[in-house]
Design a protein around this ligand. Structure first.
Ligand code: GCU
Length: 666
């Protein structure tokens, strides 16, 4: 008996499947039968069909093309394309790569598991090409076994400063490959202690083994790198990217690493941020640091993913022009075009840090000559710790659909990260992941929808939030139409509800410092001027217009003008960009203060509604799932109540303006 759930690969038996004749015969072509990924794909097909339908299919192989070696660029994305069609009264899956075949198999199994009519789904040839070259998960797992911002147990990769490899490792690879993930960073971006030694003899064998397991599912392994490894483990006294000794050390080191871990895709680097070392220490630029490493890994086929989360966490807000939101753009825009072609800049979706609502980072659409990758977070650091329900796919859809006006057409974030806008070879999307060694992987069973959904959306950015939610529920929880409808109805509005009882109008940061769960209105306070919300007795919000910090001007037009003007700025972001009187009228017709009261009262009530809906599912879903989610809802309601009370009484006391609906404010 496994000590973890199968999630959406549970392949529950289908009682009344209808016509299954098409699923008895398969022809796989374009690849060699012996390719490890193809072997895994065939085994998955057999397992899934046997379990769901009792079918043991005939599988034949058509002609194979030249083998494709896994890489991280556009050519891999082309090779990952697959087609499924009906041929000779069976299903044919074609692709140039094992990964494409695997995705074709999962396409079929997903449709069967969701109860779809396979004959009509594949009636005309279905051709699928992933939307993005790189579709990655970033683990913030530490080698001690704990997870930075982890809300579902400990790491399943690391324990007591060692690497763990077991049956779960392989099942994890299957799970994430099944939704289209093709890259994984196993260790925390804050590379400290034993993690610095992942690139040494101490761990080479085990890292190589992990790399092989992942490669068997079309996934490339990446490591987070300590920028100052030359000092940490190399015995040098510098990490200056232009220092010959430093360069020589890295050359030798990288040759050794890629020889010992041949499946390695490259490295993720957090530099000059929150205490991490970086090129700034030596008066060098971020480009100097990234390019030095990139040039060295290039001959080994490696890439460097360099994070743009660079800001001065010790900065003082006394100078009203200083603004953390500006930092990414200020640090990275001046060097657009200087980054070498195997560097990708990884950009958090917003300019701050994964708040429930932020504008899109102006680097996306600002940078025009640099490979770019979007970073989102499915670990619910600021969005409820996988206690509160917060289905994030609607947020990701908004981000991807945002028009940056960086070119005449194809200017959305989705276009940019797909590589289409600027013809980049390396690009894509990464999520800080939400998994741990809990039985159900994600703490709250329903948080699994974010893991599933992130992969599905990264693979096909056209899918709707609703379709993804429905697939997740059908595959993981129940195929009963009424139950599916109810749970999808619970998932879909959950992000907006969370936003309503926490931080409306883009204000953010009213959380308990450090922990980032629970309300603390003045928690993030820096000095006598500044909490992040800048509320006084007259108004609230941060003036980021051209008269304030100037952040709004970092956008392309017309976005800059829209954000710069409180009359044009969308309500949901208006306090991110402007300091406004409590009596300011929003587009909705409400005043700011009334909006704060209403959203908090209503948000709490809406959370109660979600919990009530869930309670009707007792006996209709697996007991273990029911109890797990019910217990989370109980905690969510206590949290939502607390937020509602604290925020409303804080702003009532501050503004002295009563609720026009006369509700009790404590
Ligand atoms: C946030 C988070 C940190 C993390 C950092 C990052 O600040 O709280 O735990 O290290 O983001 O993205 O690097």
């Amino acid at each position: 008996m496994k000590n973890y759930a199968d999630l959406w690969l549970g392949y529950r038996k289908i009682e009344d499947p209808g016509d299954t004749s098409l699923l008895k015969k398969f022809c796989i072509s374009g690849v060699a039968e012996s390719d490890k990924v193809v072997v895994n794909a065939v085994s998955e097909l057999r397992t899934g069909l046997k379990a769901m339908l009792g079918i043991e299919p005939d599988i034949v192989f058509g002609s194979a093309g030249a083998p494709v070696s896994i890489n991280s660029g556009k050519d891999m994305q082309d090779a990952e394309e697959y087609t499924v069609s009906i041929r000779d009264e069976g299903l044919a899956i074609d692709s140039k790569s094992g990964a494409g075949i695997l995705y074709g198999v999962f396409d079929i199994l997903r449709n069967v598991a969701c109860g779809g009519d396979v004959r009509s789904i594949y009636a005309s040839e279905k051709k699928v090409r992933p939307s993005n070259p790189l579709r990655m998960l970033n683990h913030w797992d530490n080698m001690s076994g704990d997870i930075e911002r982890g809300y579902s147990g400990n790491s399943f990769f690391f324990e007591n400063d060692d690497i763990v490899i077991n049956e779960r490792t392989e099942d994890y690879a299957r799970l994430i490959a099944s939704v289209g993930i093709n890259g994984v960073v196993i260790n925390n971006v804050n590379v400290k202690n034993a993690a610095s030694y992942l690139i040494t003899d101490r761990f080479f064998d085990k890292v190589a083994k992990l790399g092989e397991i992942f490669a068997g599912y079309g996934i490339r392994l990446f490591l987070s790198l300590n920028y100052a490894s030359t000092i940490e483990i190399g015995g040098l006294d510098s990490a200056d990217p232009l220092d010959e000794k430093v360069i020589a050390w890295w050359k030798t080191k990288m040759a050794e690493i890629f020889e010992k871990i041949p499946t390695l895709g490259g490295f993720l680097v957090k530099a000059d941020s929150e205490g991490r070392p970086g090129p700034f220490t030596y008066g060098r630029t971020q480009a100097d640091g990234a390019n030095m490493l990139a040039d060295i890994v290039k001959e080994h086929g490696g890439i460097i993913i360099w994070r743009c989360f660079v800001y001065n966490c010790k900065q003082d807000w006394r100078d009203r022009k200083t603004d953390r939101a500006r930092a990414g753009y200020d640090n990275f825009m001046p060097m657009d075009g200087d980054y070498h072609d195997n560097v990708i800049l990884q950009i958090k979706n917003g300019p701050m840090d994964f708040q429930i609502r932020e504008p899109i980072s102006p680097l996306l659409g600002g940078l025009k000559k640099t490979n770019q990758m979007l970073e989102v977070q499915i670990a619910q650091e600021y969005t409820g710790h996988q206690i509160d329900l917060c289905y994030l796919i609607p947020e990701f859809k908004e981000i991807l659909g945002f028009r940056t006006y960086c070119s005449e057409d194809r200017d959305t974030v989705a276009d940019i990260i797909s590589g289409e806008t600027f013809g980049s070879r390396f690009s894509g999307i990464a999520a800080v992941t939400n998994t741990g060694n809990d039985f159900n992987w994600t703490g709250n069973y329903l948080a699994g929808a974010n893991l599933f959904g992130f992969g599905r959306l990264a693979f096909d950015t056209e899918l709707s939030s609703e379709q993804i939610a429905e697939e997740f529920v059908r595959m993981t929880i129940s195929r009963d139409d009424a139950v599916v409808k109810e749970i999808v109805g619970i998932l879909l509005p959950s992000r907006e509800i969370y936003e309503r009882y926490t931080s409306p109008l883009g204000i953010g940061w009213m959380v308990t410092p450090g922990v980032h769960y629970g309300c603390s209105v003045d928690g993030y306070e820096y000095d006598r001027w500044g909490t992040y919300h800048r509320a006084d007795h007259l108004g609230i919000g941060v003036d980021r217009s051209d008269k304030g910090t100037g952040y709004a001007m970092q956008y392309n037009e017309p976005n800059a003008s829209v954000y710069n003007d409180p009359e044009k700025c969308p309500d949901e972001l208006v306090l991110f960009f402007h300091h406004l009187p409590y009596t300011h009228k929003l587009h909705s017709g409400k005043t700011v203060i009334q909006h704060i009261y209403d959203t908090h009262f209503e948000g709490y009530e809406e959370a109660r509604e979600l919990a009530k809906k869930w309670s009707t599912l007792k006996g209709k879903v697996d007991d273990e799932i029911f109890e797990n989610v019910s217990e989370r809802f109980e905690r969510q309601l206590a949290n939502a109540r607390e937020w509602c009370d604290q925020v409303n009484s804080y702003f009532f006391r501050k503004s002295g303006i009563p609720d026009e609906k006369g509700r009790q404010i404590w």
